[in-house]
Each structure stands twice: as C-alpha cells, then as structure tokens.
Unconditional design. Sequence first.
Length: 764
Amino acid sequence: MKKTFIFIFILMCIYVPLNAQSITPVILPQYIQGNTGTNSNRIPFAYRARLTGLNPNATYRFFNQVVISTDAANSNGAGNCIFVSQTGDFVRTTSTSLSTAGEYGTFTTDETGTYEGWFVTEPTGNATRFIPGKYIFMRINLNNGAGGTTVATRLTTADSVRVVKLGALSSDSTGTGLQCSSNGKPKDFVFLYDNVEGTERPISGSFIENDGAAVASYALFYTNNVNGIDGAFGVVLPNILPNGIRRIEQKSLANDSLIAFATDEDGIWPSGASTINPSGGTTAIVLAGTDLLTYTLTATATNGTITIEPNQEKYQHGTNVQLTVTAESLYHFVAWSGDVPAGQELDNPLTLVMDQNRTVTALCALDSFTPTLVMPTKAEITDTSALLGAKILSDGNDPITERGIVWALVDTPSVEDHKIVASDTNDVFTVMVDSLLAMTKIYFKGYAINGLGVGYSSVDSFYTLAQQPTTCVDSLKVDSVMAKQVNLSWSIVEGASGYLILMKIDTPPTGIPQDANSYAVGNTIDDATVAGVILSGTTSSTSISSLLPKTQYYFSIIPFNWDGTNAETYNYKTDTISTISALTLPGIEVTSVILPQFIQGNTGTNSNRIPFTYRARITGLTANTTYRYFNQFVISTDAVTANGAGNCIFVNQTGDFVRTSNPGLLNTGAYGTLVADENGVYEGWFANEPTGNARFAAGKHVFIRINLNDGAEGTTVITRLTVEDSVRVLRLDPLSIDSTGTGLRCSSNGKPKDFVFLYDNVEG
C-alpha cells in the first residue's frame, strides 16, 4: 500500500504543468437560447476566447461545450459543437470525441503557448444545463497537444451566460428571436450591444450565414429565413431589455478586427423594428438590411464653412441631415455640386436623406471690390533704407494694374504721399525704400490698384537705425581681477552712444547682437551672456561682478548707437570685435582639518550637552584682515542663507574662552574674530555647544557652517562657509542603536585649553 501511494505521488509530480493554463473571454455574449427536452428552437451561440499556458507551437484537438456551477471539474459538459474553420465550411457535430475526425476541432498555439479564436455552441435540450433561467459556463476540452485522444485539460470561463427560451412572457428567462438579411460577409461574426459605444459584454452573438454546416432542430425563423442565406444572421434577445439593441458589430473571421458597425440611439431602428423589451418569442424581430447600412457624408465649401446637423462619422439609412453654408466675408453662397438631389442645388440650408455615400461641395463666389492686401513686411532696415513689402490676398475680381508701397511720417500713408511702385507682378512683392532719415519712425502700407480703386494693407511702422559708430573698440584691457569681479577698460569710440559687453566661460563668445534690439544684463545672445550694457559713449571702464571664483572668462565689447529712447534704433558695430580673457581669483573656501564624527544632541531642553570642537582652514580671505565670525550647524535641507543653530564657544589664544547663546556680528561677546595671514589664509580651533534645536535630533547628520562679516567691521553676514563632511548626532541613552551614545570623562594632566580627540585605531 505504501509503495502504491509513492508511485501515484510520483506520477502526480510528473504531470504537474509547468505553466498555469487559463481561458480568458475576449467576446462573450450575455444570453444563449435554451430549453430542456427536444429544444426545436435552437440558435447558434458564438464567442471568442484566449487560451494561455499551453505548449508553444503545438496543435491541440478540442471540443467546446457548456457546464453549470455544480458540474464536476472532470465533466465535459453538454451542447453541440460547430467548429470554426478559416477556410471551407464550418463543421457541426452532435457527438464529441478527440479520437474521431469530425467530432473535434484543432488549433495551433503560438510561440508563447497562446491561442485566440472563435468558438460556436449549439444549445441542445440537455436536462441540466440548458434550463431557461440557468447560468452556464463555457468549457473547452483539450487533448495533450501531441496527438492524444483523451481529454487532458478542461478550461472553463469565469463569466457565465444566461439561458433564455423563446417565449412571449416578459420574464428574465424568456427571449425573442431576431433575424436580419445583411450585406455582411459569410462566416464573419456579429454581436449585438445595448449601448451605442459597444462597451461591456454584448447581449448576443452568432456567425453570419452561409457557414456551410448542417442544421437540425433550429428555430423556424432561423431555418426559413437565415440558414444558408448569404449575409443573414439570427440571434436571441432577452425579453427584458429596456435599452433595446443600439449597436451591431461585424467582426472578422480571421481575427476580431471590427469590419463594420451600425448604431441606433433609441433601440428602434429606421425600418421600425423595435428591440426594446421584445415579446415575440418564436416570432422573430426582423431587422431590414438597410437598418445596418451606414453612409458617409463629405461636405466642403469654397470660401465658406458648413454646419452639419447632426454631425456624425457615419449615418444610418434614411437619416435626414441638414447642411447650412456660411460664406466668408465678402463672399456669397452660389450653389451645391456633387451628390445633391435634382432641384436642391440652390437650397441653403440643404436637407439630404442619407441613402448613399454623399460628397457635396458648397460654392461661394467672391464679391467685387477693391484689392485686398495683408501682411505688410519690413526687412533689411538700415539708417537710411528698408526693404518693405505686402501680400495681395485678392484682386477684388478685377485685374490689378499697379502695386507697391506708400510711406509717410504720419500713421495714414496713402498714394498721395511717398509711393514706390513694385516692378514685379507677384501677389507677394517687396520694394527697396531709401533716402530715409536716421532714427525716424516711418509708417507704411502695401497698396494695389484695380478698376474699382485703391486697396491698402494694414499700416505698419518701424524706426530707421541710428548711424553706426565709426569704428570698433581697438583696445580692451583687464584692469583688475578678484574672486567674483573683473574690472575692464577700453578706448572711447567716436559716434558711439554706448557699449555692449558679452562674456563666456572658457572660450571666446561668438554671439552677435541684432540691430533694432536692446539687451539687458543676463540676456543670452547665442553662446554669449550679456555682462554689461553701458549707455554712455564716453564711458571707458566698468566692473563685471557676480562671477564665479577660479573661472576663466572671455569678454568682448561692441559699440552701438541709438536715439536714447527707441530700442528699434539700436545699431551695433560688429565688423571687428575686441575680446580679452581673465581668470578670477579663488573665492573664500573652508576645509576641515580635524572634524570628529559624532556630536551629542537632543531636541527640546537638551540638558545633556557636551561641547564639540574641531579645527578648520579658511582660504581666499583678504590678506592680513580681521573678520568677525560665529560658527553654528546646518542640515542638508537648510537654505544657503541660513546661519544655523547651536551655541558658540569662541576659542581665544589668551584669556578665557567665550560662550554665547545668542551669536551675532553686532555685539561684543556674540562673535569671535580671526585674522587672515599674508596669503589670505586662517587656520584655527572652533567650538560649539549643541542646543535643543530640531537640527540636533538624534540620528541626523549636521554640517559646520562658519558665518563671516566683510572683514571691515561689518555687522551682517556676508559669507557663509559650510564644511563638506557631516557629523552624526547621538543622544545619551543606554540603547544600542546608531543614534544613541554614552558619555566619557577623564581627569588627566593635560594642559587647560588644549584640545583632545579620540580615535578607534592605534595610528590615529
């Protein structure tokens, strides 16, 4: 007995599938016809499913039936099969077997072990499954994918289908047939929805005849009016269907791509067929073929717009569509052309009955008037000339005899003022206007003349440029360089009213300012940044500040002239540009010399404070200068303008150290002092006392920040230096975690005011 158990267990282990096999409905209608006993009112039921977890590139035998929730997992189910074929006739069988040809279908999985396809069930009179009112489930019975003749896998849908019988009662277990002779392609599939969008599951679904399969015991309406008739189809509808059928879709046999669809907004179709709460039972609702026909309408207008009501992508047969033409300004409606019924060519609005695809065009003619011009243009503006132009939009339905530009010093130029005739006859034209005064506002229009008179464009204006400076700057020098500032000087240029200074890091700037444009400090011109705008032609020096320390800058200077008021008069001298470079000095920096890793801290009162000391080196200071300072702590999220937190203990070389709980640069005792050496360097000791500030929360990382004045008795913080390395905050506590610590004390013979540091290694 023990050996038998082991053998069975081993077999079970061997046949456990490597991948979970599953079925997913792709399209699964909600209702199926059914009745117990003979069931002589059968209607085929179609659905689409995806099978996964099967062997890749394997051919499976199958038959599909239906089960109910109480059926055993090893039950095949009930119902006749109609096997869908991509070529040739569908095959119907009343008996199923995986060993007998014609009693099973086949499909082949893809390289992922997946198959998706159509399945059709013919309800029978099975006494347990096809009882009206029952919920049944689709079950697909498969062999092993390797020529096996027995069922190896049974896959069952999670969603159920409701059984209804053909009957006139208004109940949730009765239904009514529906038939239609359509122009659908035989063996495609059709699905009916109770909403226009085709969302959720369809109400019912089947295939389009002629499928070529044998028929027996089908509903009389199906046998007489559907079976074997190309394009016809028949389905069952539940008698409780308040929305009716509002969308019918045709799906491709080859895949589930949408071939065509028809919609109805209220469930009562154009032929008068009502699908709302039907009660015909075996007397089927008859949809006309035209109910499913849809047509397109393409409507265009020349020089006008068309309002279409209703405006849809497709229209059902017999829909009335109203088209209203609105002509553009200066145009009027003339007539319709295209697929317009005789006698309606002049109608506006036009009413079309959609019984075919229609393409119509509304013709709008132009009224006669003086020429229409647009787009006055200006280019190549100098101090004495400009290239001016316009565009002729319409000749006013009369030939144009002359075109050109008019200009004046007032905003109403006309042909009575200065007129320049264009030599060409193009609709878009330009003329060169010269002999203008420098720094002068010019108003201009395009004009054209036809037999009805003169037409003008809108008025536009521009300023002529100032006269260009006579020369470029021939001498640009660097007078002095600091960490964040460079002082420049140059030779004065005759005829210049100012200078533009450009800069770029590492390489000379190549940006060129554009005439008739003003620039401000910080603007960019191609690869250059505007570093200075000097609005005086007699100025010969400037300071460029807010620079980066230790950075190579290149500066170029460009003289310009303008009228002092209008930016359009700017005229830059860019023939030759003088360029020079400067390397800024290092800025003030701090580095830690000795920086312990841990500091005591706690939020709130913090009555367990322990002083913390470190040594730092500050470089980039002004040589031999005394600075005021105070040192505190910041965290990574503090702003660069934050001073920090913590009390200061100022280290003095003589006398007592000085402690303050209110550090600042104004009051004696609230700040310390340090003196830079001849190289601008200071190195010394710093001490702090942690407070209960939130920055000293146990577990945080804090950073040393030293706040300096200007080195000239200033009382405000000018420079804030932050040490790169952080210090971890520990709370005095016996817990063994990474945010707690323990005090250590010692009575030594060390010299007072010296400093002590503890290491975790012998070498220190």
